[in-house]
Structure formats: C-alpha cells, structure tokens
Write a protein that binds this ligand. Sequence first.
Ligand code: ATP
Length: 269
Amino acid sequence: KSGAKLYTREESKVTFNDVAGLEEAKQDLREIVDFLREPGKFQRIGGKVPRGILLVGPPGTGKTLMARAVAGEAGVPFFSISASQFIEMFVGVGASRVRDLFTNAKKNAPSIIFIDELDAVGRSRGTGLGGGSDEREQTLNQLLSEMDGFEPHSEVIVLAATNRPDVLDTALQRPGRFDRQVVVDRPDWRARMEILKVHTRHVPLADDVDFEVLARGTPGMCGADLESLVNEAALIAAREDAERVTMKHLEDAKDRVLMGAERKLMLTE
Ligand code: ATP
C-alpha cells in the first residue's frame, strides 16, 4: 500500500440499486442526494441540511457501498479515506491530511467526504494508553475544527462509518458535526435474498437456484459474506467447466464461506 496516497477521489457509478435492502437508510439519505443535486434550491427555501452523518453498523453490511451510492445518485465527486490511514504513517501528518482532504472537497463542491472507521481517530480523548494518542488527538481536533469551519452554505456533506458509535468522542456528535445517525444493519433473510440477487445479476444461473432457500440458510452472513459466496460459487462452476451456476455450487460455496468464517474466529480467539 502506498503511504503517499492521502485519500482517493472517484466519480462513483454506484447507485441505490446496487445496495440491496436497507430501505430505511436509503430513505434517510435521499434528502442528502436531493440537496447535493440542487443545493441552491434548498438554500433558497432556507432548509437546514445536515453537515455530517454517521453510518452505523457491523462490518461488511454496506456502509462504504451506501456512501458511494449517495455520491453516485447525486453525481458528485466522492473523496474517501480510512481514518486509520490518517494516523498510520508519520507523526504530525494526520492533521494536515485532514486539512488537505477538506480543502479539496470544498474546491470540488458539491461533493462528499467519506471517512471510514471513524473510531480510529474518533475515540474519546484522554482515554488513549499513551503511544500515538497525541497524534490521534491532534487529528481528531483538526477534524472537529474542519467540521465547524464550514460556511453555512457550504455544499460538502461528510459521511463517516463506524461500528463502535459507543466509543466516539461526544464532541463529534454535537450539533453541526455528526449529529445524525443512519443505521446500516445486518441483513435479515429478505435482505439477504436481495443481496444475492444483486450479486448474481451478471452470473448465468441454472433453473434450480432458489434464492429464498439460500437466504434462509445463511443467517448471520453480511453483504460482504454473500458477495464472496457468489464469487466462490462462480469459481467452483468454472473449475467444473459448468455453463451455469447451480444450487449445488452455491450450497458448496456457502459451506466454504462458513468454514472460512469459522477459521477466522479460531485464529482470533
Ligand atoms: P466495513 O465496516 O468492513 O468497512 P462496510 O459496512 O463498509 O464494511 P462495504 O465495504 O460497503 O461494507 O461492503 C463490502 C461489500 O459487500 C460491498 O462492496 C458489496 O459488494 C457487499 N455488500 C455489503 N452490503 C451490501 C448490500 N446491502 N447490498 C449489496 N451488496 C452489499
């Protein structure tokens, strides 16, 4: 990984159609899309648009995907960084990276900033066990001051993802900062079925494939798991020179993904 890369800028092609389930979250975020499409309209009416939104949910449930979809729907540039990247390199660069990121997003407004793993910099201050915590606090302070420094009519929306909203510094959630939460939860079986459909859009499927059975048989799996299940099934089918992916391929792939998850658990325990 290149340490020189501060953040990435992309023109997102992802839309809400690529995000399965999560209807409530989409509903909440549609307002942001409307604002970014036509900021002037909202300002004329005097509507107050949120500045920062926290996407909260477990890993692999589509927070990053959702943020990209907001940018794609609105047709605005997407600036993203993982908060752990803010602080991983050299002491003293975290704060300047934050500054740089915000400057660029403002230059390209309307735009979206996405900060993944916000908790990496956003943990409550004063609880660090030494070693690098000063660096983290400086970075967090810079982030807070950037959030406060927006002009009232600024057309930059900051989305941030976390799976630990409970450890975030309360200062981050004050009005004008990340004062709104959108929940991106683990999928239920219906949502899992939708996710499987999204990820098999371009996969030739045999007639025996039953998404409901698969979805009901994958409790606990998140979107990322289901995406690897589909990829795995396609690999198995290819290895057999099969022309289509069958239910058996998908079931075998499910077992592999489950086995992989168990292995990961064993390794971390
Ligand atoms: P992390 O907290 O680990 O960063 P995340 O919540 O940001 O996870 P994503 O990176 O958005 O999760 O999800 C990983 C991949 O899983 C996505 O690129 C997508 O392919 C798939 N995925 C996850 N959730 C969904 C969903 N609701 N619909 C469609 N695909 C999904």
